[in-house]
Write a protein that binds this ligand. Structure first.
Ligand SMILES: [Zn+2]
Ligand SMILES: [Zn+2]
Length: 1020
């Protein structure tokens, strides 16, 4: 036996095993470096990586996005594009802080300060160092090719300086201001949150809060009271007014309680008044027993926004504890009581409440109201309530001073910039527009520690100094430079500067910046915008020093790579990273920072639930690598339509593994027969050179169509369409071409082997971006003298395929499928030959009668109208939403048989035309035939059997039986056998003996008792 040309393949690939092997081989051969060298100087494809927060190991959620990024970068690389491949890490902000706080067991800001900010900052950096290594390791295992080691870290001093520069510009435009307003506040984190932080998934959670109906006695109407409703008891001590809708009707119950009449339709009232007449009534506040409440004169005010959907129609107003209340309070000139401090605890002047959290206070407040007879009713109320995205604490409203960027002048330029961006899916672009139309001023300050230090130095003289760079800071510093390790707290807080207005020393505000400032500046800070000279390792400054070797390029580099051709992140980034990038880019350049965006929805578990560590349904990336392999994960990610949630799991992974076998087996067929025939194809002769049969020519065309269609889908960033195209193609390859060519492979027909090799090689190239491991593993086996890696082989250049021919064969396959359906409905086995097939409505198929007869196993194929009764029903899930109330008329007409059949499977009914997918068509044939129909094609299978057909059917059964015996006995494909059959099969042997011998490789058939096979000795 000569050495096999190709390595025999195992029946099932070991994905994790072969992936580890390929990873090592890429490393050893420096495949990625070679790819980048190969593409150097090629056209530019600019991609910006959205930074991943460096506080964790790689999760399967993150691996989804990383896969999509890698897939399209690999595709562009196959097409010869020069790329940057810079990966990014988000390194500051609450996410990082919380991990450290938990690790150190710190529970409040006071404890952090006691622990020491310097040490705290170092611990935060340690988290980033650990996590960025873990994320890199996981991403490499996933197969992601990035310029690891030249990553950007948003806590680099350089990154910080670029944000400073942007903020200075904002200040020069007079868009920066210190706002005094009511904002969502996390009592645990002790900071306000911005509007866009509240849009992240998981912020709004179902929660049961107390539901209280509270009586407020009226001062000037004896024994009468107002009843208000609240779900936030802690706000009652801050009550200053009660609001009514002036146009609504209010009624007094016999017990003296005033409520909106519409809220209690069943009740009778002793007195009724419009809301406008209640305005001005004075009442005793719910907590006038405490000093702050006692100082306020409580009265009824009017407010058009009071709805009659819930509560009593009388609304408790506490301007110090709610956004709308605050605005209303400003308008009405109401006093503002702020009951809780930064940590959400009651101030001292609230007497017995002092020091309690808002949650702790609730019980005491309820109890106290009850004792004083002010509680009408207490229960629980389920609602969706915002929580801190970082620590999960329910948020409260608090009045605070925060730094804002005024957005009015930016709104239209940002909308204009977004209009230049192509969004996939399109609706995400519209969401961005909606967001921009409604965005409020950007609250950029956080009262925290490990974040971008806001470079604001307000002076007592009234002047606000804003520092725009480290150089400027050094120039204006009045000391503290020698200890300035990083542009970060606490070091930076020890550097006062000189006020440019009055010359006095001024200190920095204590606030740090919103993390989205850090990420949004990336298109400038990493590309060297306005940087005069290229600085090697110039990005590796501050905390990033020692972690990366990234250069700070010069401005010409920025001009080359800005804007990005493409960016991709999860949908929620519309209001986060996509937004902050767009914002900063419009501030600095007036342009959008990207041309095309691919967004995608959420990941859930395979049953459609959110994944949570505590629910036991969380899958770690490590687990997924070990149990399914990276290629299978990547398939799962890529097959996902981006506009729907991905249901990720091991169940779908098993399905994918089975589906992957179709192609694996196709390659295996090639390997086996090429080895038998010592066929050794050459990369220099990729296209078949032998004289081809029609079926070969079809496969070549079919392959070209696959390449072209996949190309279109990749260009549209629709990996789901690449996967659909691939699955259809592999089905044609395996279940049509290979199945119909087995005998030719067996005979070692060169044209068939060459054609199959061509198909395999082109498929590997097309699928390399999505399945980088499997394709390279197979490539190394089947391509003997070409590029050493499929990733270095370039994108296949193919001519436009013969679409007419492909449509013909697609019709043949459709007819075959219908014939199989008809046969299955009649209960006849696939192996049983039949007399006749009648086909209606697929004219192109007439040229392929022989293949058709063979496939369907009939003696004759005729083209004629099929006599059948036609039953058409509406496909309700599709048609219902489209037709609405008109559905009924259509349904009745169909039932009465009042319709006309049109071409292409369409129908005219009740003056409308229905598409093939809008109807369900059933046909029943006449006696002795089975009918099936779809998309305007109908087939009728003659189901009557005679003795001759039965005998032939027995022959097929026998061949199958013998071939499975061969397998069971472990015979090689090429082994010849001696077949022994029972004497009862004498007629079968007499009539069909030669055919059976051919099919089972028998040299002889003997008649004896029972069925058995033996390997024939050679020479026999
Ligand atoms: Zn929090
Ligand atoms: Zn000053």
């Amino acid at each position: 036996m000569p050495e096999p040309v190709f390595q025999p393949l195992p029946t099932v690939p070991d994905h994790p095993g072969l992936e580890e092997e390929i990873l090592a081989w890429w490393e050893e051969r420096e495949t990625f470096r070679k790819l980048r060298e190969q593409n150097r100087g090629g056209p530019i494809f600019s991609f910006f990586d959205g930074p991943v927060t460096a506080n964790k190991t790689l999760a399967v959620h993150t691996a989804w996005g990383r896969t999509l990024k890698d897939v399209f970068q690999r595709y562009k690389a196959l097409r010869g594009y020069d790329q940057r491949y810079q990966n990014g890490f988000d390194c500051q902000g609450l996410w990082i802080e919380v991990g450290v706080e938990r690790e150190l067991g710190l529970n409040s800001k006071r404890e952090i300060e006691e622990y020491g900010l310097e040490e705290f900052a170092r611990r935060c950096r340690d988290v980033v160092v650990w996590s960025s290594r873990e994320l890199m390791r996981g991403s490499k295992r996933l197969g992601q090719w990035m310029d690891w080691g030249n990553d950007y870290y948003t806590f680099s001093d350089t990154n910080i300086e670029y944000v400073w520069r942007m903020l200075k510009r904002v200040h020069e435009q007079k868009w920066l201001y210190l706002g005094h307003r009511s904002t969502e506040w996390c009592p645990r984190c002790g900071t306000s949150l911005s509007q866009h932080e509240l849009t992240q998934s998981g912020v709004y959670q179902e929660r049961a809060d107390p539901s209280l109906y509270v009586r407020l006695p009226l001062r000037d109407r004896a024994l009468e009271s107002l009843v208000v409703w609240t779900t936030t008891p802690w706000t009652l001590p801050a009550n200053v007014a009660a609001a009514v809708n002036p146009t609504a009707e209010y009624g007094r119950r016999t017990n003296g309680e005033w409520v909106a009449v519409a809220r209690y339709p069943g009740e009778s009232f002793a007195e009724r008044k419009p809301g406008s007449e209640l305005v001005g009534w004075r009442y005793t506040g719910p907590f006038d027993t405490l000093a702050p409440g006692a100082a306020v004169e409580h009265r009824v005010i009017e407010w058009g926004e009071v709805t009659l959907d819930e509560g009593t129609g009388i609304v408790h107003i506490a301007p110090g504890c709610g956004g709308e209340d605050f605005e209303l309070g400003n308008r009405e000139g109401l006093p503002i009581l702020t009951p809780v401090d930064e940590a959400g605890r009651f101030y001292d002047e609230y007497g017995w409440l002092h020091g309690l959290s808002t949650v702790e206070a609730a019980d005491q407040i309820v109890g106290n109201l009850g004792e004083r007879g002010l509680l009408v009713e207490a229960g629980l109320y389920e609602h969706r309530y915002p929580h801190c995205w970082r620590c999960d604490t329910p948020l409260i409203f608090r009045i605070a001073d925060d730094w804002f960027i005024w957005v009015r002048d930016l709104r239209q330029p940002m909308l204009d910039a977004n209009a230049t961006v192509e969004w996939t899916p399109q609706y995400m672009g519209k969401r961005m527009d909606d967001w921009l139309r409604n965005m409020g001023d950007w609250n950029i300050s956080r009262r925290r520690y490990y974040g971008l230090p806001l470079p604001f130095y307000p002076c007592a003289c009234g002047h606000l100094n804003v520092i725009g760079s480290r150089a400027e800071l050094e120039e204006r510093a009045l000391g503290g430079l020698e200890q300035l390790e990083e542009l970060r707290r606490p070091w930076i807080d020890r550097v006062p500067v000189r006020c440019e207005q009055c010359g006095e020393a001024v200190e920095r505000v204590k606030e740090v910046g919103d993390v989205w400032l850090d990420a949004g500046i990336v298109p400038f800070s990493t590309l060297g915008w306005q940087n005069p000279e290229w600085i090697p390792e110039g990005y590796a400054t501050g905390a990033a020093r020692g972690l990366t070797h990234a250069d700070l390029p010069d401005h010409s580099y920025w001009e080359r790579w800005f804007p990005a051709d493409w960016v991709s992140e999860m949908r929620e980034q519309i209001r986060l990273w996509f937004y902050s990038q767009l914002f900063m880019s419009v501030v600095l350049t007036g342009r959008a920072p990207f041309r095309q965006v691919l967004g995608y929805e959420k990941m859930l578990d395979e049953t459609g639930r959110e994944m949570h560590g505590s629910w036991g349904n969380m899958i770690t990336a490590e687990e997924a690598f070990a149990r399914m392999g990276a290629d299978v994960m990547r398939w799962q990610y890529c097959a996902q339509p981006p506009d729907r949630n991905l249901l990720f799991g091991f169940g779908p992974a098993e399905q994918i593994k089975r589906e992957l076998l179709t192609f694996w087996n196709s390659v295996n067929v090639f390997v086996i027969y090429a080895n038998v025939d010592s066929f050794s194809p050459s990369w220099s002769q990729l296209e078949p050179a032998s004289e081809l049969q029609p079926l070969d020519r079809w496969l070549i065309e079919r392959t070209h169509a696959f390449v072209r269609d996949a190309e279109t889908s990749y260009e549209a960033y629709m990996s789901v369409d690449v996967m659909r195209t691939y699955v259809d193609y592999v089905d044609d390859l395996s279940n049509w071409y290979i199945r119909r060519s087995r005998s030719r492979f067996w005979k070692g027909e060169r044209a068939a082997l060459e054609t199959l090799w061509y198909a395999v090689v082109q498929t590997l190239r097309v699928m390399a971006p999505i399945l980088p491991f499997l394709t390279d593993h197979l490539w190394r086996n089947v391509v003997l003298d070409g590029p050493e890696s499929v990733h270095l082989s370039g994108w296949p250049e193919v001519p436009e395929p013969d679409r007419a021919l492909l449509a013909e064969i697609a019709d043949v396959r459709r007819v075959v499928t219908l014939a199989h359906q008809a046969r299955a409905a009649s209960g006849l086995k696939l192996r049983q030959p039949l007399r006749r097939l009648v086909v209606e409505g697929a004219p192109g198929v007439e040229a392929h009668v022989r293949e058709l007869a063979d496939e369907v196993r009939v003696k004759a194929v005729e083209f004629a109208p099929v006599e059948a009764e036609l039953l058409v029903k509406p496909n309700l899930p599709v048609l219902g939403p489209r037709l609405g109330t008109e559905l009924r008329a259509v349904q009745q007409a169909l039932q009465a048989g009042e319709f006309e059949e049109l071409e292409g499977g369409r129908f005219r009914v009740a003056g409308r035309e229905l598409e093939p997918d809008e109807v369900l068509v059933e046909r029943s044939g006449r006696e002795g035939s089975a009918v099936a129909s779809a998309d305007g094609v109908t087939v009728a299978l003659d189901t009557e059997l005679d003795d001759e057909l039965r005998l032939e059917g027995r022959g097929y059964d026998l061949i199958r039986q013998v071939n499975s015996l061969r397998k069971e006995q472990g015979l090689d494909l090429t082994d010849r056998i001696v077949l022994t059959l029972p004497e009862t099969e004498a007629e079968l042997v007499a009539r069909h003996g030669d055919w059976i011998k051919d099919e089972v490789l028998a040299v002889e058939i003997r008649l004896d008792s029972g069925l058995r096979i033996e390997k024939a000795s050679s020479g026999e």
